[in-house]
Write a new protein. Structure first.
Length: 86
């Protein structure tokens, strides 16, 4: 029995994945920039973080733990710097 070789993505699939990654990066950057300005309450900042996570899950279903691992610390650091929650 021969093992299946992994499927090679098409150029269109690669382009679509790149587009989704760019969209996610822009969304995260904008959210972090808004939080950094400090013009919202801590609750609003957390809601923005949650909304950004939900947008990421729409782009990459099932990748919540990956979002938490990569972007969670960035949001935590920014919120800690701006709001200094107890």
């Amino acid at each position: 029995m021969e093992a299946e070789s992994p499927r090679i993505p098409t150029p269109e699939e690669i382009q679509e994945e790149s587009r989704r990654v760019r969209r996610l990066r822009i969304s995260v950057h904008l959210a972090l920039s808004c939080i950094a300005q400090g013009g919202m309450s801590l609750e609003e900042a957390r809601a923005l973080e949650d909304a950004t996570r939900m947008a990421a899950l729409r782009l990459f279903p099932g990748k919540g733990p990956t979002f938490d691992l990569i972007y969670g610390p960035q949001f935590e650091r920014m919120i800690r710097e701006v709001y200094r929650p107890a």
